[in-house]
Write a protein that binds this ligand. Structure first.
Ligand code: GSH
Length: 224
């Protein structure tokens, strides 16, 4: 049985970005299969009765920028929040449209999912852009190498029942596995056993589950 990692993520989540980049680096370092599974964190929060950490406690909310800045430096990931834009998009407008767009692209050209997700994280978490706007989504898609025709079709497809159902199905899959936040990571070990992991800060444990050595942040394998 080949070892694999499935990463459930939403581009609203900076911690998901850290996990996503590490999973991409480990795919190379560990030569394991990595499956990207775009889901909707809002649906996970609702189903699990959880809340985003900053809304659980103001003290926690005050600590988060410090925690994220340290992790961003450690992993070499350029998180540089525009607080106003972050709050507006994350807590008011939401990333359902962006996640539906990623899902539409994943259904038609899965080879673009990784770079598109990365570009949407960059737009939102590095450049302070409003990824609820079609123009911003299109710009990220263009940077990820999608053609104008493909972008136009994916924007239309992102409103289709097929796309919505697929996003719901990955979200449901994670919820059934016990998800209460993001990143949610399903690790399948050599024997075929699946282990559910929460967080971008569990790589030593994932290495142990897979019988691998933890190689550190692997900044030299960055795709940024
Ligand atoms: N310790 C985790 C924290 C991850 C985290 O806070 N994720 C947020 C989304 S950005 C979440 O879903 N939190 C739910 C919770 O903490 O219960 C990490 O370093 O990755």
């Amino acid at each position: 049985m080949a070892e694999s990692i499935e990463v459930y993520y939403d581009v609203v989540s900076p911690y998901s970005w850290l996990a996503f980049e590490m999973a991409c680096r480990l795919r190379e370092a560990w030569r394991i299969s990595v499956k990207l599974k775009p889901f909707f964190l809002g649906g996970v929060m609702k189903a699990s009765g959880n809340k985003p950490p900053a809304l659980v406690s103001p003290t926690k909310g005050m600590h988060l920028p410090t925690d994220i800045a340290r992790l961003a430096k450690f992993y070499g990931i350029p998180i540089n929040h525009n607080p106003e834009n972050f709050v507006r998009v994350a807590f008011s407008k939401g990333t359902l449209g962006a996640m539906r767009f990623i899902t539409a692209v994943d259904l038609c050209c899965p080879e673009k999912t990784e770079e598109l997700s990365r570009q949407l994280w960059i737009a939102f978490h590095s450049q302070g852009k409003d990824i609820t706007e079609d123009s911003v989504i299109s710009e990220a898609a263009r940077k990820a190498g999608l053609t104008d025709k493909c972008i136009e079709e994916s924007l239309a497809d992102s409103r289709s029942a097929t796309t919505k159902n697929r996003l719901v199905s990955y979200t449901q899959e994670a919820i059934e596995g016990g998800a209460f936040g993001a990143p949610w990571i399903a690790v399948t070990d050599r024997s075929g056993k699946k282990h559910m992991v929460f967080g971008s800060d569990r790589w030593e444990i994932i290495a142990d589950l897979l019988g691998k050595d933890y190689p550190g942040p692997l900044r030299h394998l960055s795709k940024l």
